[in-house]
Design a protein around this ligand. Sequence first.
Ligand code: ADP
Length: 867
Amino acid sequence: MAKGKLTPVMQQHAAAKQAYPDAVLFFRLGDFYEMFGDDAVLCARVLDLTLTSRNKDNPDESPMAGVPHHAAHAYIGRLLHAGYQVAICEQMADPKLVKGIVPREVVRVVTPGLVTADEHLKARENNWLAGVDISGDARQVAIALLDISTAELRVAAVIDVAALLVTLAQAAPREVLLGSEDPALYQAALESVVRKTVLREDPALLVEDEALALRGLENDAKLLSAAERRAACRVLRFARACNPREELPVRAIGRFEPSATLVIDPSAQRHLELVESNSGDRKATLLSVIDETLTPAGARLLRSRLLAPLTDVPSIRRRQDGVELFRVHAGVREQLRSALRGVNDMERVVSRVLLREASPKDLAALRDSLQASAQAVRLLSSLDDPAVEESLALSPDEDIVQDVEAELAAALVERPPALAKEGAIFQDSYDPQLSEYETTRKNGAELVVALETRLKDKTGISTLKVRYTRVFGWYLEVTKSALKKVPKDWRRKQTIANGERYTLDELDELAEKISLAEDLYRSRELELLRTLNETVRGAAQRVRALTAKVAAWDVAAALAAVAHRFDYARPEVHDGTALRIRDGRHPVVERLAAAGRFVPNDVSIDSETERMWIITGPNMAGKSTFLRQVALITILAQMGSFVPASSASIGVVDRVLSRVGASDDLARGESTFMVEMRETAQILRYATARSLVILDEIGRGTSTFDGLAIAWAVAEHLDTALRSRALFATHYHELTQMAAESEHVRNMSVSAKERDGEIAFLHRLIDGAASRSYGVAVAKLAGLPESVLARAAALLLAFEEQPTGGETVRVPLKPRKNLNQLDLFAAPSVPESRDQEVLATLRAVNVERLAPLDALQLMAQLKKRLS
Ligand code: ADP
């Protein structure tokens, strides 16, 4: 078909495509969604569909691909996963009832950040669409987060782009809308913190846009700054454009204060493996070891609390009180938890109800959830503890939305279908009219059976069958051999291979009656369903309020269960400057890697006095584990949880910052160093006297002087200028000299026992710097040949005897230079030429890129060459 002469249907398609040029258009044609042109090519590639064309004789015609409508969900899911948006264009009337062309309309655009269907969502995580607003000079930065599936909208102003990145890393949105005025600069930075996120450029906002986007939320919007309002408008405008036919379920704008939370830098969030582990093992995260929540909303709440703990002492204590309550009343806790197992995702069901997407199954899930929630409320009300009202926010006349629950319970069958058109939604006794239609329908069916028997008797056609198909309706089927017995008044409808199909007046009348009853039944069912949905819509806010409370109880009870089972203690959180933990444990390592044999350790640092610990010890001794456990315990404490320790006293921390030396990323070479330096810069820029800094230099043994120099300068700056509480695990032994120079610095080491060159790790932290000589023992443990070990031990001695006295150590670059000048292989018996050869090899070696074991191996080779 030539361009410009589109059929009416293709004109509809062109109009829809023009309205939603950025989306893949799913265009409904009968039982299929069809994609045309570029969309078809894209779908063929992403979804493995076969390309066809509407008119096979015309190769110029635009390509086409299609999916059956009932399977569309899965295909849409795959497109979303790949980051595309999908516009769904539906037939707006029953083709059977329309003369001419069926009207079609885009009813919804689904994008990765605007998903509402459970099958495309993670139950235990929010699905955020973020909107960012950065005014020209970056002095005003704001972010809005919208989760349309739970109808939450939160807005915050942040101080700068770096703070924005922190907030984004915490929320891990699926999709971010960036103002087109935002420089590409931010885009690169964003890409580094939010992986797996779709970044979308969003056109500039006009004043009219704002008014339109914020409608219904004007009162809340009044409280926002200009930048916050623009960020909110950005997500709202986008969400409204994608849901052109429905009001958004959002009823309120919540503000959040990034400054009132413990900031966990994106790098710290990664290093500490809070919600994602570096190994990819889902179990090896802090979240997974404390997440014993039983409801989806509870799981989401726990996760967001973990990523944004509090800094306000009274609020932290209130959360702790809730946990305490459930630890004391263990019986009620377990009863509550068994009730909570019946609570489904009410939050998301309500949002779908508001978007008119809820299924009968959703309503049944809401019914069950309300019943279980009511049971939870009854349980907690029975608790005889004065703390209940305050710490669980349970009011004496808690609204359990009984009216809605009763209505749903009276109406729905136990397990209604996922699709309304499947019918069988309501209980028999629910609606007299529905019952009447049902009776008529049933009677009709019985009358058909009776008619069949009667006709068989009358005609003597024993094989006679009354049948029904959707296309032909009701008919009588007679096989060839019996055709002569067919009475004159039967009218022939259709000839088939082995017989004929007939009808007669009586059957037509009956069919008419049945079909009428069926139609009436169907429309009555849909009408009742609409009313039921309206009932829920009217109570949406009440259901949400209840859901929020149930989620908080779920979290408190889950944390209490963890505290009980794994022996966590309630930490004392205060506004002081000290951080003291007795018998602290790493919550993940104690459960997985070192289950049953974890060695607890204490920590005691104070920004006013002894604020930095420099921790040395052999590899594998447990330095990293110790550092991380202190940070994790602090995070747990400030999110309101109990902690794995026998006691803890935590002066509130404003920020956890970390830098972890690259351990094995040799391939990335320089960029690894860049990453480390960027993290260091970040630390020095943002750490305060309230911060907790974790520096973990995993020894790669490359002993770059830069590394040592930088580490030293950073530690000094942290101590003297920033005064942060800091734990510094290092393989630069020279750093232990700092303790002699600053009263705020203390040397600690992780002990190992060495006997006859054998090493055993005790994982216990002790006073003072570690002895240097463990390295060789560890090498032995790793199975290095004896000769190499012997030579290494001798070399070590030689190094230590070098003049590295007080003065040179204090300027840490010097002693290493001396070492370099050592003529390591100048044994007199070696002939000149071999000597030269070895020296040449040595010169060629890139020490910066040599791992410790490789170095030892090399040494062995060289030695062999010399002997
Ligand atoms: P380092 O940082 O000193 O090289 P790690 O902290 O990585 O050492 O610890 C090495 C391993 O030792 C860990 O994987 C863990 O299994 C075990 N470990 C560490 N600390 C302890 C401890 N306190 N108790 C028991 N095992 C521990």
